[in-house]
Design a protein around this ligand. Structure first.
Ligand code: ASP
Length: 335
């Protein structure tokens, strides 16, 4: 029988009350000691860290990425589950998906209710479901199992601050579900080929990739400040289908001329960035060098930029890689 390795990183699934609020505090072993392990599944724990996920860093994400690749070098590992805080789960999961090179799955999960929640908290259910998915699904890359739903990492967003059904997808909804102990896959996600792994030591960490949001009255001074502050990438979170102003267009042109990767996403929850409007709209921003991010929202657009920057030192190759990971996946096909 193969085994599932659970890599724990903290989050509310490892959370309990501390002083006036909640914080991650339980070890991986403690999280697992409360898990309902599906019959026939054998579990091994790797306790990576105990972190509230707003405190996640690129360095820790890369440690996790390398650990996952090390585990995939083992033949006895059937699948990997990662427990993670829900706040930045979509970012870490997408970074791992960009580098996912194996038919075996990585399944992210977490909880909205802490470990010391009275009664049957969602973390126990989600961990059970993630273990089941990790032992049942192959060839689908990195996944997110949460609230009985199964998502491809790509396109997943935290869409409710408090509900146990916390995630949705900007791509194409859930790709499956877990119900009554059975995993059903509706479709398989289309995924671009994995990008090269970052070098073992990345001297320039933290590698700055900042986000700037457009809104009425917005001043591109913040975008210029990001570049002046050393950002090698910027995500412009625009309005509508990816629109800002002529002043932003000028700032984007300066940034890209200076070798900064600029990705263009939108603050609207649904639909793609589309080159429809001029006068500072997506037509002009793309002409100024911004790369439209399709259906990806800000958190994952930033990870796409970060992944491209980490994978190569060459400016042209970084841009090529960014286009590669942002290309719309092949149409979903029935599972
Ligand atoms: N703030 C928590 C975190 O992301 C929320 C959670 O885990 O659900 O670590």
């Amino acid at each position: 029988m193969g085994r599932i390795v659970v890599v724990t990183t903290g989050g509310t699934i490892a959370g309990r009350r501390r002083g006036a609020g909640l914080a991650a505090g339980a070890s991986g072993r403690e999280v697992l000691s409360r898990a309902v392990v599906p019959p026939g599944v054998s579990v091994e724990v790797v306790d990576l860290c105990t972190l509230d996920s707003p405190l996640m860093t690129t360095a820790r994400q890369l440690t996790l990425l390398r650990k996952v690749h090390q585990l995939f070098a083992r033949e006895d590992v059937e699948g990997i589950v990662v427990t993670h805080g829900t706040d930045t789960l979509e970012e870490t999961a997408f970074l791992l998906d960009l580098h996912h090179h194996d038919t075996r799955p990585v399944v992210f999960t977490g909880a909205q209710q802490p470990l010391d929640h009275p009664g049957d908290d969602d973390g126990r259910r989600n961990l059970h479901d993630a273990l089941l998915v990790a032992s049942a699904v192959t060839g689908a890359g990195t996944l997110v199992a949460f609230g009985g739903k199964l998502f491809a990492a790509r396109g997943t967003v935290k869409s409710h601050t408090l509900a146990v059904d916390a995630f949705s997808s900007t791509e194409d909804g859930p790709i499956g579900e877990v119900r009554d102990g059975t995993v059903t896959l509706f479709k398989r996600p289309g995924r671009p080929a994995p990008i090269p792994m970052p070098p073992r030591t990345v001297p320039q960490l933290p590698l700055r990739v900042d986000m700037v949001m457009h809104h009425s009255d917005a001043d591109p001074a913040l975008l210029r400040a990001a570049v002046a502050g050393g950002a090698r990438g910027v995500v412009l979170v625009a309005t509508g289908a990816g629109n800002a102003t002529p002043a932003f267009t000028a700032a984007v042109a300066e940034a890209t001329a200076g070798g900064v990767l600029v990705a263009l996403t939108t603050r609207v929850p649904g639909g793609p960035v589309a080159e429809l409007y001029t006068n500072g709209g997506a037509v002009d921003l793309v002409a100024a060098g911004a790369v439209p991010t399709g259906l990806l929202r800000a958190g994952q657009a930033r990870i796409a930029v970060l992944g491209a920057l980490l994978a190569s030192d060459e400016q042209a190759e970084r841009r090529r890689l960014l286009h590669h990971v942002l290309a719309l996946p092949a149409p979903y096909r029935a599972a």
